[in-house]
Design a protein around this ligand. Structure first.
Ligand SMILES: NC(=O)c1ccc[n+]([C@@H]2O[C@H](COP(=O)([O-])OP(=O)(O)OC[C@H]3O[C@@H](n4cnc5c(N)ncnc54)[C@H](OP(=O)(O)O)[C@@H]3O)[C@@H](O)[C@H]2O)c1
Length: 265
């Protein structure tokens, strides 16, 4: 199959790209930075010889750039069987009144306008092809949970779940299917601040992450297998279920999990 993942030069997007390639699928890599796209494509071609791996820089919040990404994907891969709307940012973690306006706008533009731009281009494209799956990446807030300092990010991810519900209902009975992806908490640049920004609460955060978080290598095989197995429009591939969360907290009393130390965190 042929796969496009937005925001696939690092983190969860890159992890999913590797897992698709390892299962014999072909890839279009993308993010805003052309140099990061070129480096990623070079590394993946070295690691997965024999696979078709293309790259194209695209800011998902710009309609013309998304259209160009779709067209390049068709030129390089022929068709697009799965498109993953993964590109995202969390922005400044502070009370809403203190978040700089530009930061707020960038988060909304990336997570929400970007999601809509991509679907505006991809849905008609997949109709023309006669088939295709789109998966939208959820995040903190998708289930309605609230945390101070995550108001903007949480709002975009809450809206993403609504949008996916609404649009997948519209797609019912058509050749295009849409689903949800939820990775839980994954140790990427988005979740782990650089050392100079960790602050005095880092040890507490670290304890929490050791209970709840996972590595890209643990979560992405699950996400990719879930996407490849999905059958029904509206399918949800979710890593951290309520049961798993309860078990993590319960078992933390008896068994100390440490996934951060081996990563030097
Ligand atoms: N990490 C977690 O714990 C977690 C949990 C739940 C959900 N998620 C979601 O999972 C997705 C990936 O997160 P991650 O942790 O892997 O983040 P990450 O490591 O920060 O990677 C984000 C990727 O998105 C790209 N990107 C950012 N803005 C973009 C834009 N406007 N257009 C195109 N690409 C853009 C970045 O590359 P450039 O900067 O080069 O554009 C990068 O490749 C996000 O949607 C996030 O909300 C993450």
């Amino acid at each position: 199959m042929n796969i496009v993942i937005t925001g696939s030069t690092q983190g969860i997007g890159l992890g999913m790209a590797r897992e698709f390639l390892a299962r014999g699928h072909d890839m279009m890599i993308s993010s805003r930075r052309a140099d990061a796209v070129a480096d990623t494509v070079t590394r993946l071609r070295r690691d997965f010889p024999g696979r078709t791996i293309a790259g194209w820089a695209c800011d998902v919040s710009e309609y013309a750039q998304v259209q160009a990404l779709w067209e390049q994907a068709l030129l390089s891969l022929g068709t697009v069987d799965i498109w993953v709307n993964n590109a995202g940012r969390d922005g400044a973690k502070m009370p809403f009144f203190a978040i700089p306006a530009e930061d707020m706008i960038l988060t909304v533009k990336t997570n929400l306008i970007g999601l809509m731009m991509c679907n505006k281009v991809v849905i008609p494209g997949m109709y023309r092809q006669g088939s295709g799956w789109i998966f939208n990446m959820e995040g903190f807030g998708s289930n309605g949970m609230v945390r101070p300092t995550a108001s903007v990010y949480g709002t975009t991810k809450y809206a993403l779940r609504y949008f996916t519900r609404a649009v997948s209902a519209e797609l019912e009975g058509t050749p295009v299917k849409m689903g949800y992806l939820s990775p839980g908490m994954v140790l990427t640049d988005m979740l782990v601040p650089p050392p100079e920004e960790r602050g005095e609460r880092w040890q507490q955060t670290r304890k929490f992450l050791n209970i709840m978080a996972d590595t890209v290598e643990t979560v992405t095989p699950f996400l990719v297998d879930g996407m490849l197995k999905a059958e029904r429009n509206g399918a949800a591939v979710r890593w951290l279920t309520r049961g798993k969360i309860a078990w993590r907290f319960f078992s933390a009393r008896f068994c100390k999990r440490d996934i951060l130390t081996p990563l030097g965190l």
